[in-house]
Design a protein around this ligand. Structure first.
Ligand code: NAP
Length: 249
């Protein structure tokens, strides 16, 4: 059976690195993105140039109708989605909680948690409707080391959204274990991507590197390696697990 994967937020950073690795391994990849069509198209081009199959699809995965349209589109293009990477995520400028407004908190929960709920539910409903013998699926959620640290004075809203993602990972892994669908998460910390610019400090990873046991920030590719492994049959006895990718922090 073909392996067909959606990588939410596949246009940049960790999602782009993951999409490219999965494409090179023979997965048919849907590179989802929100705004950055040129970045998404570049990921697709890289995959196709390596002999893989991919297409880009714009959808705000925090919106139910757009998630349904995303899955419909992948089904038409490649067939039923067999694997899912819930990677799309956002954060806003560093701030203490007392200065956060409700609109910001809601946006972070919507983008980081509701997206994971909507995509996971759509994936499960569709894969469980298939012939049982074909089911061999897996979900990987991209959480964060912030779920453990709480991210005080920076982004408690973001940390709380990732804490919710961890609970969702655990509960869903138990709901689906009997059906052979594995659900795991990675918890990156301090990874060199554009996200820190959104947080108001593009050089945050370099500033904090002396506090990281491995003395450096990580790369998107180092996170992608763990995601790809968790999706694969090499991780066939792993579910409800978390891999911390934070240089020992
Ligand atoms: P990034 O470089 O800022 O990329 C974010 C990606 O998410 C982009 O592809 C963006 O699309 C997409 N996106 C955002 N909101 C979306 C939505 N509503 N619907 C669809 N796509 C959406 O971020 P990153 O650092 O690679 O982060 C990826 C994941 O890793 C996130 O969940 C983040 O929380 C997590 N993480 C990152 C770090 C780190 O240090 N970087 C640490 C821990 C966890 P566009 O390109 O179209 O804007």
């Amino acid at each position: 059976m073909n392996k067909i994967v959606i990588v939410t937020g596949g246009s940049r950073g960790i999602g782009a690195a993951t999409s490219k690795k999965l494409g090179a391994l023979g997965y048919n990849v849907c590179v989802n993105y929100l705004n950055n069509v040129s970045a998404a198209n570049k990921v697709v081009k890289d995959i196709i140039e390596q002999g893989g199959k991919a297409f880009a699809y714009q959808a705000d995965v925090s919106k139910e109708r757009e998630v349904i349209a995303l899955f419909d589109s992948v089904e038409q293009r490649f067939g039923s989605v067999t694997h899912l990477v819930n990677n799309a995520g956002i954060l806003f400028k560093q701030s203490s909680l007392m200065n956060m407004d409700l609109e910001r908190f809601n946006k972070v929960i919507q983008a980081n948690v509701i997206s994971c709920f909507l995509c996971s539910r759509e994936y499960i409903q569709r894969i469980l409707a298939l012939d049982g013998s074909l089911i061999n699926g897996a979900i990987v959620n991209v959480s964060s080391a912030a779920s453990r640290s709480g991210a005080p004075f920076e982004y408690i809203d973001y940390a709380a959204s990732k804490g919710a993602m961890d609970s969702l990972t655990k509960g869903l892994s138990l709901e689906l274990a009997g059906q052979g669908i594995r659900v795991n998460a990675v918890r990156p910390g301090f990874i060199h991507t554009d996200m820190h610019t959104d947080g108001g400090e593009p050089d945050r990873v370099d500033r904090l590197s002396s506090q990281i046991p491995l003395q450096r920030g990580g790369t998107a590719e180092e996170v992608a390696n763990a995601i790809v492994w968790l999706l694969s049959e090499d991780a066939s006895y792993v579910t409800g697990s978390f891999i911390d990718i934070a240089g020992g922090k």
